[in-house]
Design a protein around this ligand. Structure first.
Ligand SMILES: *Cc1c(COP(=O)(O)O)cnc(C)c1O
Length: 426
């Protein structure tokens, strides 16, 4: 009886700490609209203030204002690099939608990634998935290894034994994405999290592709989630930003120090834009995902398409695993076309509604060639080893009308098919 009471009290306190105010037990769609924006913390306005001031008045030397403002995370305000009211509102919102305790945001997804690596020390070792976002892989290989003396093993994580075999006495962290960019491979987050826990390693999951609406890696056992907010969360191709979300107090202390001493913080205006984007995350993702399912089925039927990779298709090799750890397949589709670069190039240049552009996760549909556009930092041999060929095309499905999108894809694929037939099957 007493033990039960302790548990209940502990849980209540936990939820109060996590979500001050009325959001404690609320569902995703409610959190996403209200988290961080509770009127009582924002001068009673429905929309949080864009707080542009870089410095804050102290009543006595060293006595910071705002110690009781949750947007200052209990540290008060001093200088905007250390804490800012608009940024704090966004950080609380992001923590809330991940059902986590803490978040800190950075000037881009890669700045967030770099901040997480700065928790480590020179000489440490990281096991990274062999199919990461090109920029992440490029940073690990070209900046962090030579500059910070941190070594990486890039491994295929299909089998837990391969990951376990890569652990050395210096290993401190495992880094993965699921689904991956651009091959959309699903990694068993629960299994890797169990291994990380057993070996005392931090598991970091880059959750950009599904967003917290469809997948919550912390609930699956990860220690740290990284997001490129630039993609689904901000959602309108007009903000560059990244976030780290965690329940680990030691990690968040270090991250807030890194924010302050390294300074890669986003501007208050961009934090406001991201908060605004966040409010419609579930609506946008639902719609884009519905489009993507129809489009993936159409693509499977076209003669110039060799293979469609989409976690919502029955043909997706890890269909069951994807179903087990996420609540939807998302809105990214990868295809292989027949006939190599010439055919892929023709398809991409003929698209009219889909913009030929990097990035993803926004309201407008985008198409890109990873080998030529986003993954150029990955050595060609490493690209080929994982099947990232010149004939691979990545589609980010937006929220336009699905019939219009399918018609656009069809006319471009038909022209690409002509190129394929003219060139034989070379
Ligand atoms: C875009 C992206 C990043 C990098 O984020 P930026 O905001 O562009 O710095 C990291 N991971 C994934 C999976 C991405 O798609």
């Amino acid at each position: 009886m007493f033990a039960n009471l302790v548990v209940v009290v502990a849980l209540v306190c936990f939820f109060c700490a996590v979500n001050a105010g009325f959001l404690g037990d609320k569902k995703f769609a409610t959190r996403v609209v209200h988290a961080g924006c509770e009127a009582e913390h924002n001068a009673n306005s429905v929309v949080p203030q864009i707080s542009l001031s870089t410095t804050f008045v102290q009543s006595y030397p060293g006595k910071k204002p705002g110690l009781d403002d949750p947007n200052s995370h209990g540290g008060g305000y001093f200088y905007s690099r250390q804490a800012n009211p608009t940024r704090g509102a966004l950080e609380r919102a992001l923590a809330s939608v991940e059902e986590a305790q803490y978040s800190s945001v950075f000037a881009s997804g890669l700045a967030a990634t770099q901040a997480v690596l700065q928790i480590l020390n020179s000489g440490d070792h990281v096991i990274a998935l062999d199919d990461l976002y090109g920029g992440t892989s490029g940073m690990f290989r070209n900046i962090i290894t030579p500059g910070n003396g941190i070594s990486f093993s890039f491994v295929n994580m299909d089998k837990i034994e391969t990951v376990e075999a890569a652990i050395t006495p210096k290993t401190k962290m495992i880094w993965l994405e699921s689904p991956t960019n651009p091959l959309l491979k699903t990694t068993d987050i629960r299994a890797i999290a169990a291994l990380a826990k057993k070996k005392g390693l931090l598991l970091v999951v880059d959750g950009t592709f599904l967003s917290p609406y469809l997948q919550k890696p912390l609930a699956l056992g990860a220690d740290i989630v990284v997001h490129s907010l630039t993609k689904y969360i901000a959602g309108h191709s007009d903000v560059l930003m990244g976030a780290v979300v965690t329940n680990n107090e030691d990690v968040i202390k270090k991250l807030r120090n890194i924010q302050n001493f390294c300074g890669a913080v986003p501007s208050p205006f961009e934090c406001y834009l991201t908060l605004r984007g966040l409010k419609t995350l579930h609506v946008r993702v639902d719609y884009a995902q519905k489009n993507a399912q129809q489009i993936a089925q159409f693509l499977e039927s076209h003669p110039v398409v060799e293979r469609v990779i989409y976690p919502g298709l029955k043909s997706y090799p890890q269909y069951e695993l994807a179903q087990k750890q996420s609540s939807g397949p998302g809105a990214m589709i990868t295809i292989h076309v027949k006939g190599g670069l010439k055919v892929a190039g023709r398809f991409l240049e003929e698209l009219k509604i889909f913009a030929l552009a990097v990035s993803l996760g926004a309201v407008e549909s985008l198409a890109s060639s990873p080998a030529l556009m986003t993954h150029t930092a990955v050595p060609q041999a490493a690209r080929e080893a994982i099947g990232l060929t010149d004939s691979l095309i990545r589609l980010s499905i937006g929220i336009e009308d699905s019939e219009d999108l399918i018609a656009d894809l069809k006319q471009a694929l038909d022209k690409a098919y002509q190129t394929y037939q003219q060139n034989g099957s070379k």
